[in-house]
Design a protein around this ligand. Structure first.
Ligand SMILES: [Zn+2]
Length: 411
């Protein structure tokens, strides 16, 4: 019967029907709805004869044995944010199911093929993204902190995981799952506007952005809004305002896809009758190249000191979080380009702003690549998330081609 991309689209609709409501997808990890989605997936895979295993971090694996025990991995996540879209995460799971069916029909593949449905990619309930993939990649190092995390109802993370048979302390044992991995492929919706603006259905992902996140605090002096002359103010918000405009110039200067965002500014005392004493800014900077990312950070730091000096205020930087850029595998990038060109005519390489499970796998040293399919209006994490059906079908075909090429190349 061969590959049936229309079936993938039909199954995506079926999953949406089963686990969504009028507000969107509700497959939040470590909930009953999520478990229902995993059960549904299990039933979909049965016909391929693949063996199922749930690892110590809750990742769901389906293994189709090949001539070699070394494995080509196809990954995705069936969990969603609350009120999420119908494609984020589950597209790659269901496209991979279709590819698995095709391979099972064709006979024994040269490499073992494994579909992994990563546990809790979104981190929607406990604020910890990439749970299952970071455990498997061996990069999870925040267990002590995770033990203390609670959801909005006050339920502790370890208790919620235990309900699904996962022990936080043992999660890192999932690491063994990547021992036999030869390569990792992931198809995802773009969740941004680039491919649509280029009028291209598909693109090849160069890697995931490195991220530098800081809290930048400007400190001046609270003073009466009526009695303090303009030239005698130490206005913390003036520093923040100058910095917000400057980071746009920094991103422009550095280029290469650089993005800088001041996502929030909290001012104190924050009343209409006082000059601002402290302005706490949240700054997020991203680039695919580590050197340029460092350059952006030092540019922003230098600018903030200059503005502090100009305004007679102080500035202090505190790191919130950072991650290095994670470039994907050159050989797989070429194979992905070929695959996309074969099904869609032309290809385009682009970086990924959001992090994905693929980044964790790549960090673990496994050759990795991702395909993006166009997102309409760039929207995601909302029920408005959408992709044309014909593009979804091309995406399934491209993943299938890429899988075939990777099976040959890594055998
Ligand atoms: Zn996703």
């Amino acid at each position: 019967m061969g590959l049936s991309p229309e079936r993938t689209v039909a199954e995506l609709r079926e999953l949406q029907e089963l686990t969504g409501d009028e507000n969107g997808a509700q497959r939040v990890a470590w909930t009953e709805t999520w478990e229902r989605a995993r059960q549904w997936l299990r039933e979909k895979v049965v016909s391929t004869g693949a063996d199922e295993e749930i690892d110590q971090a809750g990742n769901q694996w389906f293994t189709l044995p090949g001539a070699s025990e070394r494995a080509l991995l196809l990954g995705g996540h069936i969990d969603s944010v609350p009120n999420g879209g119908w494609l984020d995460g589950c597209l790659n799971v269901l496209a991979a199911v279709e590819v698995l069916r095709r391979i099972a029909e064709d006979g024994t593949p040269p490499l073992t093929v494994r579909l992994v449905n990563w546990a809790d990619e979104e981190g929607a309930r406990f604020g910890r993204s990439l749970f299952g993939s970071s455990a498997a990649a061996g990069s999870m190092s925040d267990q002590d902190e995770l033990r203390e995390r609670r959801d909005a109802d006050g339920i502790a993370l370890p208790d919620a995981l235990a309900e699904h048979g996962v022990g936080l302390d043992r999660a890192l044992e999932a690491r063994g799952q990547l021992d036999s991995a030869a390569a990792y492929l992931e198809l995802h919706i773009e969740q941004g506007p680039v491919l649509e603006s280029l009028d291209l259905p598909l693109g090849v992902v160069l890697g995931t952005f490195g991220v530098e996140r800081h809290q930048v605090t400007f400190r001046g002096q609270a003073a009466h809004a009526g009695s303090t002359p303009m030239d005698q103010r130490r206005d913390a918000l003036a520093g923040a305002a100058k910095l917000e405009l400057e980071i746009r110039e920094v991103a422009k200067r550095v280029g290469g896809g650089a993005v800088c965002t001041m996502g929030g500014v909290v001012t104190k005392p924050g009343i209409v009758t006082s000059v601002v004493e402290t302005a706490e800014c949240l700054l997020d900077q991203r680039h695919l190249d580590a050197t340029w990312l460092a350059e952006m950070l030092s540019n922003a730091e230098a600018a903030s000191r200059r503005f502090a000096h100009e305004e007679g205020i102080e500035v202090e930087w505190e790191k919130i979080w950072s991650i290095e850029p994670i470039p994907f595998d050159d050989r797989l990038l070429d194979l992905a380009d070929e695959s996309v060109r074969e099904v869609a005519g032309s290809s385009h390489r682009l970086p990924s702003g959001p992090l994905h499970d693929a980044a964790e796998v790549a960090r673990a040293g496994i050759p990795t690549v991702m395909l993006f399919v166009q997102s309409l209006r760039g929207l995601s994490h909302t029920k408005l998330e959408d992709t044309k059906e014909e593009h979804l079908e091309l995406a399934v075909q491209a993943l299938d081609r890429l899988t075939t090429k990777a099976l040959e190349a890594f055998a």
